[in-house]
Every structure is written in C-alpha cells, then in structure tokens.
Design a protein around this ligand. Structure first.
Ligand SMILES: CC(C)(COP(=O)(O)OP(=O)(O)OC[C@H]1O[C@@H](n2cnc3c(N)ncnc32)[C@H](O)[C@@H]1OP(=O)(O)O)[C@@H](O)C(=O)NCCC(=O)NCCS
Length: 407
C-alpha cells in the first residue's frame, strides 16, 4: 500500500507515539500522550501513513536557540523521530526530513536542531554536530573548590522550592543566562512546567523525587539547581548518589555557590551531572580535573535551513570579508557561494576562500568547532591562503555552546 507523509492532528497523539514506543521500547500510556498534547511548542507532528496507520513519526518544536553575538534564532527542533521496524529502510525518514525542512523553510526558521540517537543518521540531511556535551561523576572527597575566583556580593540564602514556586522563580535566572550562551533554548511557561519542573511518578520511573533549590541574594533569585538525591538505601552509614539535572547561575560567583551547595548536601557521596558544556568552570575549580571523570560525546546537532539568514543573524569577530562555497544537495536553495561581510551574508559570484558542505557549516555555526579543526578532518577545503585563520577569527565565540536538556 502507498505511504504518504502528512500532518497529524494532536488528537491522534496516541497513534503518533506508536512508532516511537515500538522503536525505543516504552508503553504509550495516557500520561505520555497528554504530555505531547500539552506542550504546545511541539507544533508540528508529521506522520508516514499507510492508509490510516501511522508507521513513521517526526515532530518539531518551535523555539529560539541562542547563537554567538547575544542573539537568538528561530529554530525547528526535530524530535520524536521513528519508523516501525517493519517499514525501515524504505525511505520514510528521508521523506519526513523533506517535509520537516521544507516546513521550517516556509515558516522562516533559519535553523533546525536535534539530539541524535545515532550520529550516523542526520549528516546526509545537512545536520552537523555543533556542540559537545560533557558528563561528569565525582566522589565527595574530590569536590573541594578552589578558594580563588568570584565570591558572592551580598548575603546569599538558599531556599527549597515547591513546583509552583519554581515556575515563577527559576525562569528569570535562566533568561539572564541563555542569551549569552550559544545553544540554549527559549522556554515557554508550559515548557518550564511540563518539561523541567514537573515530576510525576510515571516520568520519575522509580528514581528519587526532583528537588528544586534557589539561591537568593538580597531577595532576588540568582542561581538554581534541580537534582535528585538518593536511591534505594542499601547500607548504613548511608551513601547516596546525587544527580544534578540542571544547575544554572547568572554569574561565575552564583554558579560556584550553587555547585558548592550541591557538594555539601549531607549523605551525598557521588555526584553525577550530564549535558554540561565542555568548558564548564568546574574543570578549573576542582583540585584534580581528572577526578571529574569527564566524558565528552555529541551534543546538539544543527542544520542551517536558510544559510543566508542564519549567517546574517549571528555575531562575528572583526575580520575581512570571506567567501564560502556551500554544498547543499538536500536544500538546494542554500547551495552556492556566500559573501560574508560586516556580519551580513549575500549571494556572490566571487571566487570562494573556503568550501564545505552545509553540515560542516552547521558544525561551525555555534562556535564549538573551528574551521581549522574541521579542515584537519577533511571537512573544509581552503582555496585562499590564510582563509582558515580568517574564518576562525570571525566565527570565534566566547563560551562554548550549551544545551542543558535533551528534546
Ligand atoms: C532512524 C530511523 C528513523 C530511520 O528510518 P528509515 O525510514 O529506515 O530511514 P530511511 O529509509 O529514510 O533512510 C534514509 C537514509 O538514512 C540511512 N539510515 C537510516 N537509519 C540509519 C541509521 N540508524 N544509521 C545509519 N544510517 C541510517 C539509510 O541507510 C538511508 O541512507 P541513504 O540515503 O544513503 O540511502 C529508524 O531506523 C528508526 O526508527 N530507528 C530507531 C529510532 C531512532 O533511532 N530514531 C531517531 C531518533 S533521533
């Protein structure tokens, strides 16, 4: 039977989740379905339909992602991608990706982003690995932080928050941070409530409850942490693991103070955190960085949907104009030469200084990887002497990208 790709209405969320439940091995419960319905930022559901049966799925969130230069770009966040094992390798993902990128282009979303279950899938569609994620695990006896560095101005007070208090007190802290850190997402109220703060039994799945703590200085929230302490108590004296879900401070001093708080929680012996930026300050604050057991893996992947618009949105360092020759077979409207001058990208017939495919440009876009580094991997070719250094200087960003959550 022919299979067509079409938009799926929200009231079919239960059927929409069947391919994902089947491929990732979870039960499609009413709570999961409700979550899909509630988070209205998930505004695109695409299905591969065989008659009336949904055999493949792809969803897209609409959010902004921060990019270098203190600006945020409208982004299509690809999610919930799955094809039933009975229908795999028949081109359904390819057809859904066509629909996803055409739709993002039509809506004027200059970028798309995703987390990949397997890094080998999305390069062919123009996505490039644009950030590294760092995971750490350290023992309590290794958590002493160096005395040097910023200390708090004013009197700090930590308060544990209820779910409701968190919904109003945490977002302003995050908002102050996100503009200045490439890779961070805008979060709607419902995103905060449902995807960050809520902790229903079905999502907790046997883990300890989510605790929420805020650091106030002179009555104003300046940092917060979401964490889980404990597991089944198996021994006395009790030694509990503490899992940091998110720890955000609006300055070096408040970030340090928040981590210090976590490291002093009584009974916690092992601290684990995932989805940290690869340049996390703890690397320079603990006595022995090796004891962080830092593990790097691919973080967010970025696809420039509209190369001209995306390049013209981000900020740059000082430098001479540069011509990039971009290959983009999947989205041919991007294909060709782009002149980048004064922070604006325009079409040009001038000879190229550098050539690369669009996935490689996506990898460089947030500033995590330099063109020199990508050239070492054979991903960029230099046509004019000195162009790699020039591009590196233009695209360099202060902080590495950080997307603290999977979506
Ligand atoms: C990943 C998945 C959606 C692919 O769907 P599919 O319909 O089989 O993919 P397609 O037939 O459209 O394949 C398109 C291309 O991607 C390649 N591809 C697909 N899945 C791949 C994978 N897991 N690894 C490497 N390449 C893959 C195909 O070989 C094909 O390559 P080609 O264009 O060079 O011929 C499907 O295998 C799946 O549901 N996997 C489990 C869930 C999952 O990982 N989802 C992704 C979440 S981020």
């Amino acid at each position: 039977m022919a299979i067509d790709i079409r938009a799926i209405p929200r009231d079919r969320a239960a059927e929409f989740l069947v391919p994902l439940g089947t491929t990732f091995g979870f039960t499609v419960t009413p709570e999961r379905v409700e979550r899909i319905r509630t988070v209205t930022d998930l505004d695109t559901l695409i299905g591969a339909c065989e008659g009336d049966t949904i055999v493949g799925s792809a969803g897209a969130f609409a959010f902004e992602m921060s990019v270098p230069g203190g600006v945020a770009v409208e982004t299509s966040g690809l999610t919930l991608v799955a094809v039933l094992p009975t229908h795999r390798r028949q081109g359904l993902l390819r057809r859904m990706m066509r629909s996803h990128l055409d739709e993002a282009h039509r809506r004027g979303q200059a970028m798309a982003a995703l987390y990949a279950s397997e890094g080998s899938i999305y390069g062919r569609f123009g996505y490039g690995m644009a950030a590294l994620r760092a995971d750490i695990e350290l023992r309590r006896e290794r958590t002493a932080l160096s005395a040097t560095g910023a200390s708090l101005d004013g009197k700090g007070r930590f308060r544990l928050l209820t779910e409701q208090q968190s919904a109003s007190e945490l977002p302003p802290v995050y908002e102050r941070v996100r503009r200045h850190r490439p890779g961070m997402l805008s979060r709607s109220d419902v995103w905060w409530r449902v995807r960050r703060i809520a902790d229903p039994d079905w999502m907790r799945a046997g883990r300890p409850p989510l605790q929420r703590v805020v650091l106030e200085i002179d009555g104003r929230p300046m940092a917060y942490a979401l964490y889980r302490l404990g597991a089944a108590l198996t021994s006395m004296p009790a030694e509990l693991p503490l899992d940091v879900v998110e720890c955000v401070g609006d300055s070096p001093a408040t970030t340090r103070a928040m981590w210090q708080y976590l490291f002093e929680v009584d009974l916690a012996q092992t601290f684990r955190a995932s989805f940290l930026p690869a340049d996390h300050p703890l690397l320079f604050q603990v006595a022995e960085p090796a004891r962080l057991k830092l593990q790097l893996s691919d973080g967010i992947w970025v696809r420039l949907v509209d190369v001209g618009a995306a390049l013209s949105r981000r900020g740059y360092g000082a430098g001479e104009p540069l011509v990039l020759d971009v290959t983009d077979e999947f989205c041919p409207w991007n294909h060709g030469r782009w002149r980048l001058a004064g922070g604006i990208a325009t079409r040009t017939e001038e000879a190229a200084d550098l050539a690369m495919d669009v996935a490689t440009l996506g990898a460089a876009y947030l500033g995590a990887f330099s063109f020199s580094q990508l050239a070492q991997a054979g991903r960029v070719s230099q046509r004019t002497s000195g162009a790699l250094e020039q591009a590196d200087a233009l695209f360099r960003a202060g902080l590495l990208p950080w997307c603290p959550e999977i979506f």
